[in-house]
Write a new protein. Sequence first.
Length: 485
Amino acid sequence: MLTEQGPATMPAVEMVARFADGTLSPVQVHDAVQSVIEARESVLNAFWVRDPDQSRKAAQASEARWASGEPLGPIDGVPVTLKENVARRGVPMPSGNAGTEPVVPEADAPITARVLESGGVVLGSTVMPDWGMLSSGVSSRHGISRSPWNAAWTTGGSSSGAGAAAAAGYGPLHVGTDIGGSIRLPGTWLGLATLKPSYGRIPLDAPYLGRAAGPLTRTVADAALFMRVLSRPDPRDWTSLPPQDIDWSAPAGEVRGLRVGVHLDAGCGEPCDAEILAAVNRAAAVFQAAGAVVEPVEPFMGQDLLDDLDLFWRVRSWNDFRALTPEAGLRVHPHIIRWCQEGADVPGTRVLQCYQQIMSIQARTVAATDPYDLVLSPVAPVAAFPAEQPMPFTGDAKTMAHIGFTAPYNMSGQPAATVNCGFTVDRRPIGVQIAGRRFDDLGVLRAAAWYEQNRPAEAVPHWPDSVPGEPGEKSTCTTLEGKQP
């Protein structure tokens, strides 16, 4: 017999199967998820906007479609959250920043449109830090988002609310965005299965160099199911890949005979903690024991490349910051102010040098990883840090010292997944990044699913489905019927 919260934490693939055979209804699931949200949200602070009445109506409509045998798509009735920078018509988009006047989109983003067309029940918009440029749940507009594992720990970012929602059991399917690790960092620090897909695989309404959107879920199978919806074409993204008939439902692949690289030194940023390296090495040993040919990958990044990528982003954010009024600028998070001020008055020739360095990152990443079917690496050099801390490392000079393993795959456009592969001695999750050749998203997901099924028992997350014991900041979430943001 289902408990009150049982349906909320059910994988989406099982949920849909039970909708089809009539043993579970979308309304049951929706109400169970809402009970979890009500119990946990005041601590976790995952939502910017949510509308329980409207989402329940969507669940009721889905229930009627299943009853008549006419579901709209593969996720009809499944609860979904969307990061606040994924446009939803009429829903303000402040990008986590208290200094901005939120844009109110007049149309849904491609992602939102595909979810709604497929019958997904959108619960709301999840929070992010200022302009998405902090790798934590710290936001000048929203306050602090906290980990469901322990409220003292960070969610990671910038898909902070999406990650918290996934780990907390706010339904199974969540969308994040990523230009340097913003899907995979919450993935490693929250124990999730995630995918930063190939550049252009999921159409966007605001494409940008290295930017991608993708799923944050508890299981690889759910991430694959979600890709069936998110990867559908949309002509608004002029950078998107041509439509391709990919069988996202393909089961876990075999790894025997695959050439697998193991990349343990990013060549830049801060060195990895010993517990992180040990966990990734244990994951590599699982592949090797199954017949994969495992070889070390030498560092291919350099600190100069990472520093110039950082400067390029600082200039971009400074351009946004300088457009604010002085009064509004004071409301931006102090860390972001200090960080982007380093991008003030940078000569155009220097910006062009940074752009050329990004091309070097692309070339080096593809050349170093092309000999391998897969590359395993840490996601970040450290496990979850304090929730109040804007970045993993203190000091403005180390702002991007944690993305040496993740950012190269944004620049090269290669797919990269995360799967939990262990825990620190104090039970903080550790993820392994599984990257693949350009456009081989399915191969990456199949390898991730294989590892998920074959990892040792001590690496399997037992999800924190109770309310964290430590108090957090009060949620700033509002509803569409209530106070407008």
